[in-house]
Design a protein around this ligand. Structure first.
Ligand code: ATP
Ligand code: MG
Length: 382
């Protein structure tokens, strides 16, 4: 397909407030892309329908978090005049295409998805896996494809979902004709930002694991969480040589600390390399490093907290932003949906050509029938 628009789309499940893992994994990238102004269209989706796939029994949790996530977006600097923020459940085209796409994917392909496999393990569904949960990658493909998305900025755990969306676009295009763009993933350049570990040292900071530092945590909470963070278990005495790799405190510093932070809060060290070198050599205590990290995080979070505080004063306005963003998103999704429906040949009422073609076929058939009847009648007489 030529001359495709540059479209960015990404989203979050409203299963909790957003945390610093979301910030470095995706939110910060979105703000950067927004400010660079390279995209023709930008969409951010609050995936409430996807959140229900493993929270069907607690709809209130999902409902409450829609507005929390919207507030988090606006407080990190997403500008609703440049980005359409929308709510997934209000775009019916997404569910129609989830249904068509389900016919293009096999059950074994879904069961092979490594992120879904890991999530199933974490959620302990046992034998009672909701169908909607296993198939959410298909619905996520609809979310991405129905906007003509070219770039999806996400964390590493989302790579299998983007692959699934590419496969579905390809399969649809060769089966019915070209309607969908094959999207590309955009991962943060730094390794530690792609999958920020939890404060407990677990592989991924997650809303569901109680190991997160939230964007709206106050200064005291952030400092307390940082001071009790998991570090290098072999670094018992200050003089012991320490490990910086796989050490969440250093991974957070890699994701957040700038040289300017060193100049302001820890001028004994020029940059992160110098700090890491000392830690590895021995003689640098965890408390010093953690205090520095708490300062850095609070410095990054302060302006975000201040913006949130302002936004919380007028929730009606935030809902209005969501409503307007959703209307814009619906317009785009229904445009692409019509292209795809036409390729599938299912625009029965709108497609005049299809009707005329059918009419002609019947006319021909009737003419043949009449000719045959006349011939038979004539033969009988003779
Ligand atoms: P849930 O446990 O409900 O799935 P989650 O914390 O995984 O919540 P999502 O809404 O699924 O959050 O993911 C939103 C975005 O944030 C995705 O792009 C995902 O890749 C990214 N993300 C989530 N956790 C991290 C993390 N620890 N590090 C980097 N990126 C992350
Ligand atoms: Mg997730």
């Amino acid at each position: 397909m030529e001359n495709v628009k540059k479209v960015m789309l990404t989203g979050d499940r409203p299963t909790g407030r957003l945390h610093i893992g979301h910030y470095v994994g995706s939110l910060r990238e979105r703000v950067r892309l927004q400010n660079e102004g390279d995209f023709d269209e930008m969409y951010i989706m609050i995936a409430d329908t996807q959140a229900l796939t493993d929270n069907a029994g607690t709809p209130q949790k999902v409902r409450d978090n829609v507005i929390e996530v919207a507030l988090d977006y606006l407080s990190v600097g997403i500008d609703p005049t440049r980005v359409s923020i929308f709510v997934q459940s209000r775009i019916p085209e997404l569910f129609e295409f989830t249904c068509y796409f389900s016919d293009l994917v096999t059950l074994s392909r879904l069961e092979r998805n490594p992120t879904v496999k890991a999530e199933l393990g974490m959620r302990k569904f046992g034998e009672s896996i909701p169908v909607g949960f296993l198939t959410y990658p298909i619905s996520q493909a609809a979310d991405i494809l129905l906007f003509g998305t070219t770039i999806v900025p996400v964390g590493e755990d989302q790579a299998p979902m983007i692959e699934q969306a590419q496969e579905i676009a390809h399969k649809f295009n060769i089966t019915y004709g070209e309607a969908f763009v094959e999207p590309k993933i955009m991962l943060p350049s730094s390794e530690s930002c792609r999958r920020l570990p939890g404060t407990d040292g677990k592989a991924k900071m997650s809303k569901s694991l109680d190991n997160a530092i939230y964007l709206r945590d106050d200064e005291k909470t952030v400092t307390k969480k940082v001071m009790s963070m998991f570090t290098d278990p072999t670094h018992l005495q200050i003089d012991d040589p320490g490990h910086t790799e796989d050490n969440p405190v250093f991974m957070y510093l890699e994701a957040f600390a700038t040289d300017e932070h060193f100049a302001r809060f820890l001028p004994e060290y020029k940059n992160l390399e110098a700090l890491e070198e000392h830690y590895r050599r021995g003689g640098l205590g965890d408390v010093t490093v953690k205090r520095f990290l708490a300062n850095v995080l609070n410095d990054v979070l302060n302006p975000i907290r201040a913006r949130r505080h302002e936004l919380e004063k007028d929730i009606g306005k935030v809902y209005q932003i969501l409503e307007e963003g959703t209307a814009k998103a619906r317009e785009k999704a229904s445009f692409i949906a019509n292209i795809a429906r036409r390729k599938m040949g299912i625009l029965y009422f709108e497609d005049r050509k299809l009707q005329e073609k059918q009419q002609k076929a019947y006319k021909k058939l009737h003419e043949q029938e009449e000719a045959l009847a006349a011939y038979l009648a004539k033969n009988k007489k003779d």
